[in-house]
Design a protein around this ligand. Structure first.
Ligand code: S3P
Length: 427
């Protein structure tokens, strides 16, 4: 696709779409299948470039992939994955790099992990520290241990009892992947319950893993083991559905159905946030799949805390919702946003400001004074800055408001290559 995309205001938005398979589930299905001995199948794998990076790397480490129509078939080598001297290119994908770091920590040999300009700026000390305690060595650049990374993996890691200092499913999962080959249990404590995709998928693959809620957090205990080959079905990605939920809520003539969504509580915090703002947003169950329906709504400002939406992936598009709301929305404790594919703290503020809102920040909080309606948005131009979620958040604002130009829009393919086709299909 072209790297600059013009988005015009849509007169109406009616219809039904299917967003890509959940990105988190897709990465893990590939990794767990590659670790298993035998043949696994994956239905609904995300078609995004991030997941493609994980797939290529699993093949570099010895897994085989065949596609049969939309079904992906992965065969893990009987003797386990092995190190390669080739570079493992994680592209734009933090999930690939952090989970892979855990996985290769338990594969004997030296591993070289690289990423694009965005990923090479992101902190990897958060995984280097626990993996080091387990007996691997993870080295990178600067105090943040940024990529390129060199990892010395060992077959004899030791289990740890570790408190993850930031709310991060990627850090938790890096430890759990390494723990599959550790001597002694691995215990991971988190203060905020982040997505439990790894825990659920390990359980399905026959791994002994237990999870206990403690206050607002959780303690996960894992015993080493080899996953068994599994038939995976990946439902739609709720973080991608979020773009259409906001779009439906802020556009004056919208009725958008998003079919087959993962409704895990750690992933759908944004739904409660939007409902609290007054969005007409509902879940509907059909057979064994869950859909979401977003209809035109009038939104009011609220206070939003990072712990309501662990991983804060949906904040940039919630900033667009805040721009259309009446009153000032407070986004509290949003420091982690600065460490994503781009600085989304600054990016969310810039986006709301370019729509015409007054915005300001205090420490890790930022505030958006809404315009009361997307019909009052200004036309604007956005720089994607190698960040797929900033592309889609900008497009939502342009489509509901007065149009926009997104520079660097092709980076949307990291997670949602057919995003603009789906957007057009509703008009
Ligand atoms: C992910 C975890 C989240 C999220 C990312 C996917 C995962 O990051 O932002 O898009 O699949 O584990 P954190 O590790 O910051 O929670």
């Amino acid at each position: 696709m072209s790297d600059s995309v013009e988005v015009a205001r849509a007169a109406k938005l009616h219809g039904r779409i299917r967003v890509p398979g959940d990105k988190s589930g897709s990465h893990r299905a590939l990794m767990i299948s590659a670790l298993a001995s035998g043949t696994s199948t994956i239905e609904g794998l995300s078609p995004g470039h991030d997941v493609a990076s994980t797939s290529v790397i699993m093949q570099q480490l010895g897994a085989a992939r065949h596609d049969d129509g939309d079904l992906v078939i992965i065969t893990g080598p009987e003797g386990g994955l092995t190190a390669t001297t080739s570079v493992l290119d994680c592209g734009n994908s933090g999930t690939t790099m952090r989970l892979l770091a855990g996985l290769v920590s338990a594969v004997a040999g030296t591993h070289h992990l690289v990423g694009d300009a965005s990923l090479s700026n992101r902190p990897m000390d958060r995984i280097a520290v626990p993996l080091g305690l387990m007996g691997a060595s993870v080295t990178g650049t600067g105090t943040n241990v940024s990529a390129p990374l060199t990892i010395e993996g060992h077959k004899s890691l030791k289990g740890i009892d570790f408190h993850v200092p930031v709310a991060s499913a990627q850090v938790k999962s890096a430890i759990l992947f390494a723990g599959l080959n550790a001597h002694g249990p691995c215990v991971v404590h988190e203060d905020v319950r982040t997505r439990a995709t790894t825990e659920k998928m390990f359980t399905r693959a026959g791994i002994a893993i237990a999870s206990e809620d403690v206050g607002t957090g959780r303690v996960v205990t894992l015993l080493a083991g080899r996953p068994i080959a599994t038939a995976w079905r990946i439902p739609g990605d709720p973080s991608q559905a979020a773009f259409f939920c906001v779009l439906g809520a802020i556009h004056p003539d919208a009725h958008i159905e998003i079919v087959d969504i993962d409704r895990a509580p750690e992933r759908t915090g944004f739904v409660s946030v939007l409902q609290r703002m007054g969005a007409n947003l509902t879940f509907e169950t059909r057979g064994d799949t869950i859909s979401m329906v977003a209809r035109s709504s009038e939104l009011n400002a609220i206070e939003i805390h990072a712990h309501e939406i662990p991983s804060v992936d949906e904040v940039p598009v919630l900033a667009v919702a805040a721009a259309a709301a009446t009153g000032t929305t407070s986004f509290r404790d949003m420091g982690e946003l600065r460490l994503k594919e781009s600085d989304r703290f600054a990016g969310s503020m810039t986006l709301a400001s370019s729509l015409g809102c007054r915005v300001w920040s205090e420490g890790d909080d930022f505030f958006v004074e809404g315009l009361g309606s997307a019909e009052r948005f200004s036309e604007f131009r956005a720089e994607a800055d190698l960040d797929h979620r900033m592309v889609m958040s900008s497009a939502v604002a342009g489509c509901a408001g007065a149009g926009c130009t997104v520079i660097g829009a092709s980076t949307v393919s990291s997670s949602y290559p057919h995003f603009f086709r789906d957007l057009t299909s509703l008009q």
